[in-house]
Design a protein around this ligand. Structure first.
Ligand SMILES: C[S@@+](CC[C@H](N)C(=O)[O-])C[C@H]1O[C@@H](n2cnc3c(N)ncnc32)[C@H](O)[C@@H]1O
Length: 628
């Protein structure tokens, strides 16, 4: 890969050179085009370091990487926040929920501190008593830390990571961007440039106190609720308009307003009796009340909008509300069936579609009916551990995959109380969990479960993922070479039921991944009452590597399975045996009586070691604790 050399205006001006040395300037002046890795073989390690350092400060490159991140995580975050917003609308009286809060611009004095520029910062050194003035030049986002880009007045750019304890883990990106808006002038006190594991560097702000927002150039986001005067039918039409524009939360807001309006106008819930009464064009009956049809359609359409947000439980509630008012409303019957199918209630879904077919033999309904019937019979044959799989594209780091999974799951628990309850049962890496032994019913398709008020905050979700997520290792033979870091993952997923299975290097089951589904197969006969175990890592690896992997992947336990114990016992006599064989083979020629005598002795001690090994194996086999 070839990259353009950085010819920063700073150096053209000929003022203070990179890292405060003439050498940095020299290098940058001489090199027009650099090769990023193994740039110029003539360069000393120090020179290479300086060039690399300057590349890591390149605004265009940093911006490109930042935009990649924003795109990658932005969609997941938006989906998650949209669902939260839509859920909030159910309880807010404001209809179209818009955050009216605007953070105060913090103008704290940074007087008495001497200004410093990015170019003067050394990696790993905190610059006490100094202040860096810069402008936020990219949209801020939030994963574990707040991340953005800044540019100083000399045009040099840097990544910034902010540990802002005042924002909880579930703060929306919109909120974070209002707090640290693009274009804002900021001052970073005691700036600290830190080396990151991915070879990049970033200004690490350990407390929000150290970052002072001097001027806020963000546009106002205040919007007002101007829909109070609309009648119910107009509100529903407005909902339909937003639905057509695929603004699902917006549509839900208007349908909710429509239903609320109908309730307050009619003073009581409309019922099936007044549905047939005549009504005017604006959805009102002749006595001024909102027609039942308007409310049925609002509920039914809101169910469709919830479905678009994959919020199937809310979709089911709305479809049922609509059917309560009009039991023959075809679209509501169909939507109820769809919601049930997504909730794995295949039998009930199939009954709904059968009922819909009585009113209309449409192809779409017939297909949905057939599919539900098939799923229903399949789900009775196989109890699968439903899960979510994420397939990596090349170049995505393991940490990225993990964060993606955390977002996806956070999204799921907002939408499905079943997933919420399943995840609440799981331990996180700090061994927090609700400690309850869950009923198997919670994991069985077609089973019923109650709604749940528990919550899984983002931080705990991360712990749950660290502790329970599975990748392909253990289900394939990919492993580690000596001294290597774990390889990039092909996928990472969480299968709640499978998460309860402990590891053993001599496991009695193995997993097979087909699409998003994890199938668990017995790898040998399992006795009643025997614990089902699974290999978390590739069991063809030697013991030490297996142990390292189990320690590295946040499981942090030492495997004491029967195979590990046996291998530990065998390792000393095996090593001895190996040494003796090597001695015989390579150091003692087969000629000469002394050599032959020595060979005989070596052979004799080898036999002793072999019989020792046999005893170990015999004891283990006799105890039947070793089963592989
Ligand atoms: C995916 S969870 C397994 C289920 C967990 N035991 C539970 O009850 O929720 C992984 C965690 O279980 C524990 N674990 C699994 N296999 C183990 C083993 N062979 N020895 C010790 N701890 C084990 C470790 O704490 C590990 O981090």
């Amino acid at each position: 890969m070839r990259v353009e050399g950085i010819m920063h205006p700073h150096y053209r001006k000929g003022s203070a050179p990179l890292g405060g040395t003439e050498l940095g300037r020299e290098i940058l002046m001489q090199l027009g085009t650099l090769q990023l890795y193994g740039m110029d073989p003539q360069l000393t390690p120090l020179e290479r370091g300086l060039v690399k350092y300057s590349l890591r400060m390149d605004k265009a490159g940093l911006m490109e990487a930042h935009m990649r991140f924003l795109k990658q995580f932005g969609e997941l975050e938006r989906d998650w926040q949209l669902t939260k917003e839509a859920a909030a609308m159910m309880t807010t009286s404001k209809g179209v929920a818009m955050e009216k809060e605007r953070p105060p611009v913090r103008k704290k004095a940074v007087e008495g501190m001497r200004a410093i520029h990015l170019v003067d910062l050394a990696v790993g050194k905190r610059n006490h008593g100094r202040v860096l003035y810069a402008t936020i030049c990219a949209d801020t986002f939030f994963l574990s830390l707040i991340q953005t880009l800044v540019e100083d007045d000399e045009g040099l750019a840097a990544r910034v990571m902010i540990d802002d304890a005042t924002l909880d883990g579930s703060a929306s990106w919109a909120k974070v961007q209002r707090r640290y808006p693009r274009g804002a002038k900021i001052a970073i006190k005691a700036p600290f440039l830190s080396d990151l594991p991915d070879e990049s560097i970033a200004l690490y702000v350990t407390s929000e106190e150290d970052l002072v927002v001097l001027s806020d150039s963000s546009p106002s986001t205040v919007e007002f609720d101007s829909y109070g005067i609309m009648d119910a039918a107009t509100l529903r039409t407005e909902g339909n308009r937003l639905f057509a524009k695929q603004d699902w939360p917006g549509a839900i807001g208007f349908y909710t307003k429509c239903i609320q309006k109908a309730m307050s106008t009619n003073q009581r819930k409309p019922n099936a009796k007044n549905r047939k009464k005549g009504h005017s064009e604006n959805g009102a009956t002749s006595n001024g009340k909102v027609s039942t049809e308007t409310v049925v359609l609002a509920y039914s359409n809101r169910a469709a909008a919830w479905m678009k947000l994959c919020h199937y439980e809310r979709a089911l509630v709305d479809a049922e509300e609509a059917l309560h008012l009009d039991p023959q409303h075809l679209k509501s019957i169909y939507r109820k069936g769809c919601a049930l199918r997504h909730m794995q209630q295949f039998q009930r879904a199939s009954e709904c579609f059968a009922m819909a077919l009585e009113y209309s033999p449409e192809k779409e309904i017939r297909q949905a009916h057939n599919r539900s019937k098939t799923y229903d019979s399949q789900s009775r044959l196989v109890v699968n551990a439903e899960g979510r799989k994420i397939v990596t594209s090349s170049g995505r780091s393991n940490a990225c995959l993990r964060d993606e999974l955390v977002y996806k799951l956070s999204n799921l628990v907002l939408k499905s109380s079943r997933w919420l309850q399943q995840l609440c049962c799981l331990a996180d890496c700090d061994c927090h969990g609700n400690g309850k032994v869950p009923s198997l019913e919670l994991f069985r398709p077609n089973s019923k479960w109650n709604s749940c008020k528990d919550d899984v905050p983002l931080v705990r979700m991360k712990g749950v993922v660290l502790q329970n997520a599975l990748d392909e290792s253990g289900s394939c033979t990919r492993g580690l070479a000596a001294g290597q870091q774990p390889p990039a993952r092909q996928f990472l997923g969480l299968w709640p039921l499978a998460s309860f299975i402990n590891h053993s290097c001599a496991s009695n089951s193995f997993r097979l991944h087909v699409g998003d589904t994890l199938f668990l197969h017995a790898s040998r006969p399992i006795e009643a009452g025997e614990e089902v175990t699974l290999a978390y890592v590739n069991t063809l690896l030697p013991r030490q590597m297996r142990q390292e992997l189990l320690d590295q992947n946040s499981w942090e336990f030492k495997c004491n399975c029967s195979r590990c114990l046996l291998e530990a016992k065998l390792s000393a006599p095996l090593k001895q045996l190996l040494l003796l064989v090597m001695e015989c083979r390579y150091t003692l020629p087969v000629t000469g009586s002394r050599n032959l005598k020595k060979r005989g002795q070596v052979l004799q001690s080898s036999m002793m070691h072999i019989s020792e090994l046999c005893v170990f194996v015999d004891v283990y086999m006799a105890n039947r604790s070793l089963k592989f």
